[in-house]
Design a protein around this ligand. Structure first.
Ligand code: DQA
Length: 150
């Protein structure tokens, strides 16, 4: 099984930015944690991050071209603004899980809209960086249910 984990703007600043909301794990730590988890489960994973909306669209399209089985995505602030990311996930029709480190539903009104959610199989919020591992496990379970072997 092959997965992409895609992070949007400012998530490269994890560990530096607003630790009250996002914790103290750095982006490098997060990638390491994801890679270790996936190795244990026999999943091939690629972690990608960009501060630019178009790059995120390109990563989603790349997942299609590379025959990836699922996408975990934290679009950061583009969650609340980007129809392009919604359309990209719809375009590739790959199982996708939306992750937010913070509990967005308890934050500002402008964070209550998620465009990408409509194209996602599940949303995980407020579980800190552990949410990424839960999203990976969700995609792995569904892949096996569908008869996927690796
Ligand atoms: C976030 C929540 C978004 O509202 C915010 O813009 C982020 C991070 C989260 O992981 O909790 O950049 O997606």
């Amino acid at each position: 099984m092959k997965l992409f984990v895609i992070n949007g703007p400012n998530l490269n600043f994890l560990g530096i930015r607003e630790p009250g909301h996002y914790g103290t794990t750095t982006y490098a730590d997060l990638c390491h944690m994801i890679e270790t988890h996936c190795k244990e489960k026999g999943i091939q994973v690629t972690c990608l991050q960009s501060n630019h909306e178009g790059d995120l669209v390109d990563y989603i399209q790349r997942a299609y071209y590379e025959g990836v089985d699922g996408i975990v995505i934290n679009p950061g602030a583009y969650t609340h603004t980007s129809i392009a990311l919604l359309d990209a996930v719809k375009s590739v029709s790959l199982p996708t899980v939306e992750v937010h480190i913070s509990k967005v539903e308890e934050r500002e009104a402008f964070r209550q809209v998620s465009y990408i959610r409509a194209a996602c199989q599940a949303t995980i919020t407020g579980h800190g960086v552990a949410g990424y591992l839960e999203a990976i496990d969700f995609l792995a379970e569904h892949h096996h249910e569908k008869g996927g072997t690796q």
